[in-house]
Design a protein around this ligand. Structure first.
Ligand code: GLP
Length: 266
């Protein structure tokens, strides 16, 4: 595992010497997951009632599996509140690809969590816009997110904040980009079955988290990762906003890191 050199800040924040995000290039996706889980476990150990933001998709799997190991080694996760990034609109309750169900399979059951401690945005008979505003308030009422886990879309999205999303966006109803629907078609019978809309935390909501951890693996993510970390900070690549966060760690496998500028992939 290699990482670009870091300076400890007074808060112990993770940033490289030049202010760019701390990038860990691990030997494998499993190792990248372990690095991220170690950081999340550290936050929980320090604050057992932490608010931990969680993500869905394939990338977080190794993180959740490594968290199970932390729990087996004695980490108490019973008082943590878990907050999801996003949820599709239009899937019936209990649909296997709804993010509530994905989190139940990938996080709640393996970690033995109380499902009531896992918040997922849900329209649940309300106007989706109202449900989104309520979700934003619930996060604020919790005192904000202590550490937010992120994946990244092949088009540079985080959560479901697609290219063009304003940086000051809050939790809201959003449309999925066609590329995202094609990417996520692997979870559905066809791309036409992927919902068109979702509720997602906004970019400003995500940036309000005290710490960010982003994980990506596979060469399919390499261009998005390089644009997000090495390119300009622009709404055209929503993930590039993480460059402005004071405490962000990015964990990659070698394939996801293959197009990173040299200065970041040391
Ligand atoms: C979805 C989610 C994102 C996730 C992204 C990447 O669209 N809304 O939060 O980061 O896909 O998913 P994967 O990790 O499966 O590539």
């Amino acid at each position: 595992m290699s990482a670009n050199s870091t300076v400890p800040s007074p808060e112990g924040a993770a940033a490289a010497v030049d202010g760019s995000p701390l990038v860990i290039v691990a030997d494998s996706a499993a190792e990248a997951g372990r690095a991220v889980a170690d950081r999340i476990a550290g936050v929980i150990a320090e604050r057992p009632d932490a608010v931990v933001g969680v993500a869905t998709g394939s990338s977080p799997g190794p993180v959740y599996r490594a968290l199970v190991e932390h729990r087996a080694a004695g980490l108490d996760v019973s008082r943590v509140t878990w907050v999801a990034l996003d949820e599709y609109i239009g899937l019936p309750a209990g649909h296997p690809e709804s993010y509530r169900e994905v989190l139940r399979r990938d996080l709640v059951e393996p970690l033995g969590l109380d499902p009531d401690r896992v918040m997922v945005p849900s329209a649940d008979g309300m106007r989706p816009e109202d449900a989104a505003a309520r979700y934003e308030r619930r996060i604020a009422d919790l005192g904000g997110v202590d550490i937010q886990l992120l994946g990244i879309g092949s088009n540079g999205h985080i959560g479901f904040n697609e290219p063009g999303t304003p940086f000051d966006s809050r939790t809201r109803v959003a449309h999925l980009a066609e590329r995202t629907r094609e990417d996520n078609a692997r979870f559905f019978p066809s791309a036409d079955d992927v919902p068109l809309e979702c509720i997602t935390q906004g970019l400003a909501t995500i940036m309000s988290a005290r710490r960010l951890v982003l994980i990506a693996s596979g060469s399919y993510k390499a261009a998005a990762v390089a644009a997000a970390l090495g390119g300009p900070v622009t709404p055209e690549c929503p993930a590039s906003i993480v460059q402005r966060h004071p405490d962000v760690v990015v964990a990659l496998d070698p394939a996801a890191a293959e197009r990173l500028p040299e200065r970041l992939a040391r």
